[in-house]
Design a protein around this ligand. Structure first.
Ligand code: GDD
Ligand code: MG
Length: 334
């Protein structure tokens, strides 16, 4: 099975962390997000992944120079300009010579979804395209997808106004597509698969979908970026992962509570870190309090500073001593 992995977005909701790298190169506990996404595909039978790149493509090419990632062969398709989700699929498929049934995934989704099961369902329906669906509490952030009793999609509503969604089953960002879908994507301009291609297939009755209860989180916001990592250290996806990297240096009087502390982090005396993620090489001075927040790589938090309310500090940024930040994003520009 071949898969196109969409990783070309700007990651605006994760700024400032994405000023310095693409979203899918952000670490999730101990390795970049992309390795987890591609790794799950590999475990379900995908042998080749085409990375659909736009924003900061070199970050991926530099990280996997031999074209292998989590046991899967990589192919790089770099868009000359952002083509949006369907345009990106068309460009990537053409550049990798895809001419048979293939898989597409949104590269910011952490899931245990069984793509082989989706693949089999797709073929049993004789579908042109098949979407995996997952249930969420608030569908308004996602593509909402009602189906009939046969699994045929009856509408595709991208990001409906709050309270108007016809169902809470949403597009999980994993598709099985026939090559004929590529003919539906006009070349040379932005095309959204959610707003243009899928609604066209709904009108033709060729789009199907399958409900899944597998673990699923879109890690594309600060809250969900933290959530997926706390889920991993809490063992919600199988074995508990190690929360504190062995190379981190934590003063014996500091308290690290339900948080991910990555390689080379230094935490001073009487600091308290709770429900948070601290990226590699960050330095937290004595008596800081970090609660429900994210500290970027090699950032520094000055003595006695208090960070809460999903404050996000960018790579290398220095928070002054005794600062009080609640829901802050610093720096504000890249
Ligand atoms: N190559 C390329 N080019 N990739 C892109 C582009 C582009 O122009 N725009 C976005 N992407 C990539 C992003 O990097 C991400 O991996 C994926 O496409 C989806 O984009 P997001 O920006 O994360 O979309 P979303 O989360 O708001 O909504 C999408 O995902 C939801 C599930 O997580 C939609 O597909 C929704 O329908 C879906 O429910
Ligand atoms: Mg997303």
């Amino acid at each position: 099975m071949k898969a196109v992995v969409l990783v070309g977005g700007f990651g605006t909701r994760l700024r400032p962390l994405t000023f310095t790298r693409p979203k899918q190169m952000l670490p999730i506990v101990d390795r970049p997000m992309i390795e987890r996404v591609v790794g799950v595909l590999g475990r379900h039978g995908v042998t080749d992944a085409v990375l659909s790149l736009g924003y900061r493509p070199d970050a991926f090419i530099d990280a996997y120079p031999d074209g292998r990632c989590a046991g899967v062969d990589l192919h790089y398709a770099v868009e000359p300009e952002p083509l949006d989700t369907a345009g990106a699929v068309g460009f990537a498929a053409a550049s990798a010579g895809i001419d048979d049934t293939f898989i597409v995934v949104n590269g910011d989704v952490l899931t245990d979804l069984d793509v082989a099961e989706l693949w089999d369902f797709h073929h049993s329906c004789g579908a042109e395209g098949t979407i995996a669906l997952t249930p969420v509490d608030d569908p308004s952030r996602y593509g909402v997808v009602p189906i009939d009793d046969d699994g045929r999609v009856t509408a595709f509503v991208e990001k409906p106004a709050p309270g108007t969604a016809p169902t809470n089953w949403i597009n999980a960002g994993t598709y099985v597509l026939e090559p004929s879908v590529l003919e539906r994507i006009p070349k040379g301009r932005k095309v959204s698969i959610e707003r243009e291609t899928f609604p066209g297939m709904v009108a033709d009755g060729t789009l199907f979908a399958l409900h899944s209860d597998a673990y699923w989180v879109d890690a594309g916001t600060p809250n969900t970026y933290v959530e997926v990592q706390l889920d991993l250290i809490d063992g919600k996806r199988g074995t508990d992962e190690v929360a504190v990297d062995p190379t981190a240096s934590i003063h014996p009087t500091a308290v690290v509570d339900h948080s991910v502390v990555m390689a080379g982090v230094r935490i001073g005396e009487h600091a308290i870190i709770r429900d948070s993620v601290v990226l590699p090489g960050a330095r937290l001075d004595p008596r800081v309090l970090v609660d429900g927040s994210v500290i970027g790589a090699a950032a520094r938090v000055g003595e006695g500073a208090v960070l809460s309310g999903m404050t996000v500090i960018g790579d290398g940024y220095e928070v002054r001593a005794a600062a009080h930040l609640d829901g802050a994003r610093l720096p504000e520009a890249g």
